[in-house]
Structures are given as structure tokens and as C-alpha cells.
Ligand binder design. Structure first.
Ligand code: PAJ
Length: 279
């Protein structure tokens, strides 16, 4: 497995691969990331991974400085999952002096967009750059970040980017907690309490599957579970169209239910796609 630190190194390596899968990450790799790498490898036969804590998607006061970084460990894990090369640039490589462009996808209705203004423009900008540098055939993203998936799908479609966007299911811990690099911030007590997030989603999902389609009723089921966990500080419970992210307030057969919940200083997000399909 090769390590590229510069755009020029990636450009020199790229012609070696015909089909190339790509998994963009901010490092601190966990089994959720490794599942995406294996999936991209299985689809394309070769896979590139980027490890870059993207400064422009963090607002002042967020966790940019304390975000966990361990490149040696990430390289070992990426290699073990089948990565052919890792692109781990310095910030100055992607954002040299004079850099001033921004990609703005819109989709401003999203609850996460409202909670983190400017975040998705930072994500779309770096992902557009990474796609142009790596030139992947398929790029794999995780359903864990559902709003990010909607933004990336729109970005690729609207700008005619020649890449297929593939979304992989959320990888979870045995108690249901969605895997996340930020889980490492949780104290043992907070970690135990954090299982309430997926339990709350599960409660709404169970109601949905027994025929309840009204977001206001489902919201009560979510609130009952989160309200029973004293350490959980709910930031939002949102029902939205999974593609446009427009909020839903009337019964629907297909809804993205997403949550943001704080445990102490740690902010966790999770979601479930409620889809009645042909039922
Ligand atoms: P990061 O949080 O490192 O996540 C990298 C990829 O892994 C994303 O597609 C994310 O959705 C996916 N992922 C994270 N946890 C997952 C889980 N439990 N199950 C399945 N997939 C999971 O998302 C980012 O980085 C950044 O915003 C990035 C796209 C790299 C742009 O900077």
C-alpha cells in the first residue's frame, strides 16, 4: 500500500488503476470506515482512502483541534481492509495561500445544516476537490451521515461529476450505538447512556412498521426514550424527505428520521430511513 502526501503523487499513481473505489475519511478509522473500504474494494478491485481532517467543515468552537489523529494506526487499518493507497495531505496542500472557492449545494432545509451553518459547504468543497484529485469510479459514503449523503448525491448529479455514489448501511456497536470517531470522547457513563439514541430510533421504527405514519406521533415515541435518559440533551429530532431534506409534518410513507443528541461535550448524530415500500 502506498502513502501519498501530495496531489502530484496521486496524479502519478492514478493511471495504474482502471476502476478505482474511493472512501473519503477524516481518519481515526473504525469498523464503520473499514466496512466502506472493503465494500469499495469488492466493487472496483482497487480502493483509495483519504485521511484528512478538513478544517473548513468545522465552525469556530467545534472540535477541529481535539479531533483524534493517528496516521500510523490509520495506515495499518486501511491496509488491512484492502486499501491500495492512502492520500493524507497537509491542510496547506489542499488549501494553499490564495484559496478562496466554495461549493454550495443548497439543500438548506436540513436539520444538520441548520445546526451547523456552513458545514456542508465545507464538506462539498473538499469532496469535490478529492473527486477531482483521485478521479474515482465509485465513491462510498455511510448512511450514518444521511444529510451528508444527500448533499454528495446532489453535488455529483448537479455538477455532472463522473463518479457513482454508493451509500453503505450504518455500522453499529453491539448495543446499537452508531460507530463514530467522536465516540472516543464519551466518558464510560456517557458511553452507556448513548445507547439511548439508537433505542429511540428503534422505538420510532417499530411504530412505523406497525403502521404509524404521523411524524408528530413518532416524535413522541423518540422523545419518550430520550427523555428517560438524564444525560441525553436532545438538539433536534427531524423528519424529512430523504433527498430534498424538506421537513415533513404530515404522514408520509418515506421519511428520514434524524437525531442530534449531546452527552456532556460530545455531540452525536444518528438516523433511520423509514420506508413503507410497497406495503
Ligand atoms: P468521517 O466522519 O471520517 O466519515 C467518513 C465516512 O465514513 C463517511 O462517509 C461516513 O458517513 C462514514 N461512516 C462514519 N461512521 C460510520 C458508520 N458507523 N457506519 C457506516 N459509515 C460510517 O464524513 C466525513 O468523515 C467527512 O465529512 C468527509 C466526507 C471525509 C469530508 O471531509
Amino acid at each position: 500500500m502506498q502513502l501519498c502526501r501530495t496531489v502530484a503523487q496521486v496524479r502519478a499513481l492514478r493511471p495504474r488503476f482502471e476502476r478505482l473505489g474511493f472512501v473519503p475519511t477524516m481518519g481515526s478509522l473504525h469498523d464503520g470506515h473499514l466496512g466502506l473500504i472493503r465494500r469499495a474494494k469488492a466493487t472496483c478491485g482497487a480502493v483509495a482512502v483519504s485521511v484528512f481532517v478538513n478544517p473548513i467543515q468545522f465552525a469556530p468552537g467545534e472540535d477541529l483541534e481535539r479531533y483524534p489523529r493517528d496516521l500510523e494506526r490509520d495506515l495499518e487499518l486501511a491496509q488491512g481492509a484492502g486499501a491500495d493507497f492512502v492520500f493524507a495531505p497537509e491542510p496547506s496542500e489542499l488549501y494553499p495561500a490564495g484559496f478562496s472557492s466554495r461549493v454550495d449545494v443548497g439543500l438548506t432545509h436540513g436539520a444538520e445544516n441548520a445546526a451547523r451553518p456552513g458545514h456542508f459547504s465545507g464538506v462539498a468543497t473538499v469532496v469535490a476537490k478529492l473527486f477531482n484529485i483521485v478521479q474515482p469510479t465509485v465513491a462510498v459514503f455511510g448512511q450514518k451521515d444521511a444529510e451528508q449523503c444527500a448533499v454528495i448525491r446532489r453535488l455529483a448529479a448537479d455538477l455532472d461529476l463522473p463518479v457513482k455514489i454508493d451509500i453503505a448501511p450504518t455500522a453499529r456497536e453491539p448495543d446499537g450505538l452508531a460507530m463514530s470517531s467522536r465516540n472516543s470522547y464519551l466518558s464510560p457513563v456517557e458511553r452507556a447512556a448513548a445507547a439511548a439514541v439508537s433505542r429511540a430510533l428503534g422505538a420510532a421504527q417499530a411504530r412505523f412498521h406497525s403502521g404509524e405514519r404521523d411524524p408528530d406521533v413518532l416524535r413522541i415515541a423518540v422523545a419518550a426514550v430520550l427523555g428517560a435518559e438524564p444525560l441525553a440533551q436532545t438538539q433536534y429530532v427531524a423528519f424529512a424527505d430523504p433527498d430534498s431534506l424538506a421537513p415533513l409534518s404530515t404522514p408520509a410513507r418515506r421519511m428520514l428520521l434524524s437525531l442530534a443528541v449531546r452527552f456532556g461535550r460530545t455531540r452525536l448524530i444518528d438516523n433511520v430511513l423509514l420506508d413503507a415500500g410497497g406495503i
